[in-house]
Design a protein around this ligand. Structure first.
Ligand SMILES: [Zn+2]
Length: 379
């Protein structure tokens, strides 16, 4: 039964005929067109007429981003999660309120928005290729199979099953080794700087990374089998307990997503198994448990600078300087967290500090780090 489910997810049926979450056919089960960004979230931030700034939906308005899903997913399975999350995320202090919600629930919820966006954009023909015999998709076919990992997780939740991750050599007794199939980080956001909106959503389908910011809560989640949490979490520990400026949050998101681009090839491949004892789909990575798949040899400062620049609306040449050093707004020269200068006093102090560079369209304060987090290991 559930092996069939795995095969069905990998088949990726058309979004127009089947529910993207549970896979049921609209011909047999009632469905509705729904907002991908929940109505309560759009209402809270008055997003309706605002335009998205994520690559596949540039210029689109939030209220127009819809997809058809079945009524059971919308009203019951995912609906129950929404009903629980909505008041917590809109009460003015979501960072505190959300402590009662476990990472797995947040990952499913954020993953649902991300997955539906992927399905929606993959279903859209890229207008630049519409004259060709085989028109391209906005999310290219080469990229799409990797995103099915997220689809598998959503399918499992929609059908009341678990979704677990394990490593290459764990298979004999997965029950002992299985873990969460994602890496999720929560941050408190410093909301003092009113030049920045209280909401942001950034995604990167190629690495299955998504970042979400709403009022004083920021969440970054990578659907990576838990690799980042296991091998890279310590790079970001200096941020613990601090409130991040929206620009700092964007830089962290870019850096975490960049991390996924240096992975060993085998770490991006999985094999799915059905495990009856766990009532779960187990995704087994092709790398062993004690092998760190984040490879220094894949590190490319230019690619890293490009990503940070895109996420923070800066120019890559400001991030990666001609002498090869990387500019960051996250830490000082000692690797300690740097509080982002917002008030006039803070800005004056930042300008007086010879180690700080104050520039950019946001008048943001970036520091030059001789060794970026990717090579120092301290950040
Ligand atoms: Zn459904």
């Amino acid at each position: 039964m559930s092996l069939r489910m795995i095969r069905d997810v990998l088949k990726a049926r058309e979004v127009l005929t089947h529910c993207s979450l549970c896979g049921r056919a609209f011909a047999r089960f009632p469905s509705d067109e729904e907002h991908i960004f929940p109505r309560w979230l759009q209402h809270h931030h008055e997003l309706w007429n605002r335009k998205l700034n994520i690559p596949n939906f540039l210029g689109k308005r939030y209220k127009t981003v819809k997809i058809t899903i079945c009524q059971r997913c919308n009203g019951t399975t995912f609906g129950a999660l929404e009903t629980r999350l909505a008041p917590l995320l809109t009460n003015g202090d979501p960072f505190t309120s959300i402590v009662t919600v476990c990472d797995a629930e947040l990952a499913v919820w954020l993953g649902k928005i991300f997955w539906l966006l992927i399905r929606k954009s993959h279903s859209v023909i890229d207008y630049r290729t519409r004259g060709l015999p085989k028109p391209g998709r906005i999310i290219p076919d080469e990229l799409f199979p990797g995103t099915l990992y997220l689809g598998m997780m959503q399918r499992a939740f929609a059908t009341g099953k678990g979704f677990e991750s394990c490593f290459n050599n764990d298979l004999l007794i997965p029950e002992l080794f299985c873990g969460a199939p994602f890496s999720l980080y929560r941050f408190r956001i410093d909301t003092r700087d009113n030049r920045f909106e209280a909401f942001d959503f950034m995604d990167n389908p190629a690495t299955l990374g998504v970042a979400f910011r709403s009022d004083n809560l920021g969440i970054i989640c990578i659907f990576d089998g838990g690799l980042h949490r296991r091998f890279r979490q310590h790079w970001y520990e200096f941020l613990a307990g601090h409130a991040l400026h929206p620009l700092q949050f964007a830089e962290v998101a870019a850096r975490i997503i960049y991390d996924q681009t240096v992975l060993h090839e085998d770490a991006t491949r999985v094999t799915y198994y059905w495990n009856k004892a766990l009532n779960a789909i187990v995704s087994q990575m092709h790398t062993p448990r004690y092998f760190n798949p984040y490879l220094e040899v894949h590190h490319d400062p230019k690619r890293q600078a490009d990503l940070i620049a895109r996420f923070t609306f800066n120019d890559p040449s400001w991030i990666l300087r001609p002498d090869g050093s990387m500019v960051t707004c996250l830490h000082d020269l000692n690797g300690d967290f740097l509080r982002f200068a917002v008030t006039d006093e803070e800005l004056a102090a930042a300008r007086a500090d010879p180690n700080q560079i104050v520039f950019g369209p946001m008048n943001s304060d970036w520091r030059v780090s001789e060794h970026g987090p990717s090579s120092s290991g301290s950040a």
